[in-house]
Design a protein around this ligand. Structure first.
Ligand code: NI
Length: 136
């Protein structure tokens, strides 16, 4: 891959803010931070544009609520095509952490995440919108 250098004109204040931001995020130089910002936008575009994506859903819930566990299982079976892996971790006596890796259609991933997170009794849920690695 060819590496190209180019100049960027930016006002001083904005650059100072950028430098403070990337220092906080432990970047060692502007170039890597800038590349990551571009990739982040490309990934956002992949999600919005219906391109093939990858991501992860996390759920925190109390497994003593049997109906809730069954509901979560039913939903996952309905979305079997985009789920590539899932892991169940017993956090403590009551709470479970479920990690669901997805790959495929962004709208399906979003729909799966929304369906799971909105089930009554799910304490917290996240959708990490990432990429398959192609096109970024
Ligand atoms: Ni558990």
């Amino acid at each position: 891959m060819a590496l190209i250098r180019f100049g960027v004109s930016i006002d001083k204040e904005l650059l100072q803010k950028f430098d403070a931001l990337i220092k906080n995020k432990k970047y060692t130089n502007r170039s890597e931070a800038f590349r990551d910002l571009i990739r982040q936008e490309l990934i956002r575009e992949q999600w919005q544009g219906g391109r093939k994506i990858a991501g992860a859903i996390t759920l925190i819930y109390n497994h003593h609520k049997r109906e809730l566990v069954n509901k979560l299982m039913d939903i996952q079976h309905d979305f079997g095509e985009i789920i590539i892996s899932s892991q169940h971790i017993h956090l403590d006596h009551d709470n479970c952490l479920e990690l669901i890796a997805v790959k495929g259609s962004p709208s399906q991933a979003q729909k799966l995440s929304d369906s799971l997170r909105s089930v009554k009794g799910v304490k917290h849920g996240t959708l990490s919108m990432s990429a398959t690695g192609e096109g970024i």
